[in-house]
Design a protein around this ligand. Structure first.
Ligand code: AMP
Length: 553
C-alpha cells in the first residue's frame, strides 16, 4: 500500500467523529491492507514495534524540526519550524504546510529515492531509525527522517510527523482497533480482546483474525521472554470485597516496583517493568532469585528494597536501583532488592491466565518451592472483616503499604483495571473517640481487655458509637490493657465500664445509622489506628462532627 493512500484513509478516520463510523472505516482499511495489515494496525495506534516491545523511536521535537527544515529547502530553518509549531499548535499541520518534496538536489545527503513511499518502506525506515544507537545515531536519524519527509506529499507528511513524535491523535485507541479487527474479519470481539491480552501486538492479532479466524485467536499463547501488560487494581474497601465475593484472597501490598519475570532455563531470564521495559540488567537480584527454576516460567510480582534485617524500605529506595544502567554492582551494595512474587502466568508450556487465582497461587508456591531466592507474597483466604483488618494491621506494622483484596476465582486479565483486584483504600478520615468501656478477651487474649467501646463527645457527656477490636497487635493489646484496667469503674460479666480518659484514633469505612449505640450511629469496620496521647476526652471528636460526616456521605 502506498503511504499516501494510507494517509488518505487516516485522514478520513480523523475527520469522522462517531465511534461506530470510525470503527467501520478502520475495519475497511484492515480488509484492504493486504500484506501491510500488521504494520497498518500498529501505525494507527502510533506504534512501529509491537506493544510488548518497549523500543522507542526516540525522536524529539528538535530532531524532527531539523529533518523537516532540511526537506523544506534552504529557506527554512529548524527555528522556523518551531515558530510555525507555536502558531499552528500541532506538528502535523506544520509538516503539511511545508513544501517538502522538491529537494531532489539534496537527495545525496539523505536517504531519498524517487519511488513513492510505501507503508512497508516507511515501516522499514522507522525500524532502522529505532535501532540507531551510539555516536552518530542522531545524524542518522535526521537523515532517515529527511529521506522520508522529502518523499512525502503533504498529507503523508502530516501523519509521518505525528507518528514519529508519538502524537497520532486521530481518535483511534486500542478499543477501536479491537472492534475493527472483529468487524473486518467477522470474529467475536471477546476473542480478539483475549488474543490482544496474550499476544500484546495488534498487528499479529489482526493477521490471526484474518488468516485463521476465531480458532487462530484462541490459539494465541504467551511466549516466555515477551511481556504482557500487568493486571491492575482498583481502590476498594473490605466492605466492597465482602459484598462482592464469598471469600477474599488477602495479600500484602508491597511498596515497590512491579516486575514481570520471564525465566527460560534453556535461555535467559528477563525482567520487565510495568511499562514492559526491559530492566533485567538493573536488577540482578531478581534474576538470581529465579535462576534455580527448572522450567520456563512467567511470574508477576514486586521488587522491593529491604534493609539488612530484610525489613522493607520506602519505594524511593527501589527507584534508586530501577532502570539504572551504570554502577549496578556498586548500588547493589547500597540498596538491597528482593523479589516478592504474587502471581504466576505460565509454567512449563502451560498458560495460566484463564485459571482462577487460587490455582495460580498454588502453581506459584509449587514453582517457588524449588528455589531459595524468591518468596511468594503472604496470602490468606478470609471471609471476615475483623480478620482482614488484622491482616492489614500486621502488614502495616511490618512496614508494608497495606493489603490487596483479590477475588479468589478471578482469572488474570492483562492490562485491565478490573473489579477483581482491590487495593484497600485508606480510610478517608479518622475519628478521635473516647474509650468508655471494654470487654475481657477470650482464649489467647483472656487476660486482657480485648474489645473497646468508643464514644463521641456530646454537650453533656459521651455517646457510644461502636466497638473496636481489630487493628491491634498482641503487644499493643497488652499495653492498652495495662493502661485501661486501673480506669475500670464497674464490671458486669465480661463487660466493663471505663472512666473516660483515653482517646483512640479510629479508622472506619462508613458511618451508619444504628439503634445499637447511644449516639444513634455505628461505625462500619472500625479499626484501631493509634492512642491519641496528645488528646484529653474534652478534645475528642463530638457527635456534631460525626453527624456532619454522615451528612457529607
Ligand atoms: P497502585 O500502584 O497504587 O495502583 O497499586 C497497584 C500496584 O500495587 C500494582 O501495580 C503492584 O505494583 C503493587 N502491588 C504490591 N503488592 C501487590 C500484590 N500483592 N498484588 C498486586 N499488586 C501489588
Amino acid at each position: 500500500m502506498d503511504f499516501a493512500d494510507f494517509a488518505d484513509r487516516v485522514c478520513a478516520v480523523e475527520n469522522e467523529s462517531a465511534d461506530l463510523a470510525v470503527t467501520s472505516l478502520v475495519a475497511d482499511l484492515f480488509v484492504d491492507a493486504g500484506d501491510d495489515l500488521p504494520v497498518v494496525a500498529r501505525l494507527l495506534l502510533g506504534r512501529v514495534v509491537p506493544a510488548w516491545d518497549s523500543t522507542t523511536l526516540d525522536v524529539g521535537p528538535a530532531l524532527c524540526h531539523e529533518a523537516l527544515a532540511r526537506a523544506a529547502g534552504p529557506n527554512v530553518t529548524a527555528d522556523d519550524v518551531a515558530d510555525r509549531l507555536a502558531a499552528e499548535g500541532e506538528i502535523g499541520a506544520v509538516a503539511a504546510s511545508l513544501d517538502l518534496d522538491g529537494q531532489q538536489g539534496l537527495a545525496a545527503f539523505g536517504a531519498a529515492d524517487p519511488d513513492p513511499l510505501t507503508v512497508a518502506g516507511v515501516d522499514a525506515r522507522l525500524r532502522d531509525l529505532a535501532a540507531a544507537d551510539g555516536p552518530g545515531s542522531r545524524d542518522h536519524k535526521v537523515d532517515v527522517l529527511f529521506g522520508l519527509f522529502n518523499r512525502a506529499d503533504s498529507r503523508s507528511a502530516r501523519y509521518l510527523a505525528r507518528l514519529v513524535l508519538s502524537e497520532m491523535r486521530i481518535g483511534v485507541g486500542e478499543g477501536i482497533v479491537r472492534d475493527a479487527i472483529a468487524e473486518a474479519f467477522d470474529v467475536p470481539v471477546e476473542e480478539v480482546e483475549r488474543a490482544l491480552q496474550v499476544e500484546n501486538d495488534c498487528g499479529a492479532v489482526a493477521v490471526r483474525a484474518r488468516d485463521e479466524g476465531a480458532s487462530g485467536l484462541a490459539a494465541a499463547e504467551l511466549v516466555v521472554g515477551r511481556p504482557v501488560s500487568a493486571m491492575l487494581a482498583q481502590a476498594g474497601t473490605a466492605a466492597d470485597a465482602l459484598d462482592a465475593w464469598e471469600s477474599i484472597a488477602v495479600e500484602t501490598k508491597f511498596d515497590g516496583a512491579r516486575v514481570q519475570v520471564h525465566h527460560d532455563p534453556a535461555g535467559e531470564t528477563r525482567v520487565f517493568s510495568r511499562n514492559l521495559e526491559d530492566v533485567t540488567d538493573a536488577l540482578p537480584e531478581v534474576v538470581e532469585a529465579v535462576s534455580d527454576l527448572l522450567v520456563p516460567t512467567i511470574l508477576d510480582g514486586e521488587a522491593i528494597a529491604v534493609d539488612e534485617s530484610g525489613d522493607p524500605l520506602p519505594f524511593q529506595e527501589v527507584l534508586r536501583r530501577f532502570r539504572r544502567k551504570h554502577d549496578v554492582a556498586r548500588m547493589r551494595e547500597e540498596v538491597r532488592i528482593e523479589f516478592r512474587a504474587f502471581d504466576c502466568l505460565h509454567v512449563d508450556g502451560v498458560d495460566l491466565l484463564d485459571e482462577p487465582l487460587l490455582d495460580r497461587r498454588e502453581r506459584l508456591s509449587n514453582a517457588l518451592s524449588a528455589v531459595s531466592g524468591a518468596t511468594p507474597s503472604p496470602f490468606r483466604v478470609l471471609d471476615d472483616a475483623d480478620a482482614i483488618a488484622d491482616r492489614e494491621a500486621a502488614a502495616l506494622d511490618a512496614g508494608h503499604e497495606g493489603i490487596m483484596l483479590k477475588n479468589p476465582d478471578s482469572t488474570y486479565t492483562p492490562g485491565k483495571r478490573g473489579q477483581n483486584w482491590l487495593k484497600r483504600k485508606p480510610d478517608v478520615e479518622t475519628l478521635d473517640l473516647v474509650v468508655t468501656g471494654a470487654e475481657w478477651g477470650e482464649g489467647r487474649r483472656a487476660n486482657h481487655l480485648g474489645t473497646f467501646l468508643l464514644s463521641a463527645r456530646t454537650e453533656d457527656g459521651f455517646a457510644t458509637i461502636g466497638k473496636v477490636a481489630t487493628g491491634i497487635t498482641d503487644e499493643r493489646l497488652a499495653d492498652l490493657s495495662d493502661r485501661l484496667e486501673p480506669l475500670i469503674r464497674a464490671e458486669d460479666g465480661t463487660d466493663v465500664d471505663i472512666e473516660p480518659e483515653v482517646v483512640f484514633e479510629v479508622g472506619y469505612e462508613e458511618i451508619q445509622s444504628s439503634p445499637t449505640y447511644g449516639s444513634g450511629y455505628a461505625l462500619r469496620f472500625p479499626r484501631f489506628v493509634a492512642v491519641r496521647e496528645d488528646k484529653a476526652p474534652a478534645d475528642a471528636d463530638s457527635l456534631a462532627r460525626v453527624e456532619r460526616l454522615v451528612d457529607r456521605g
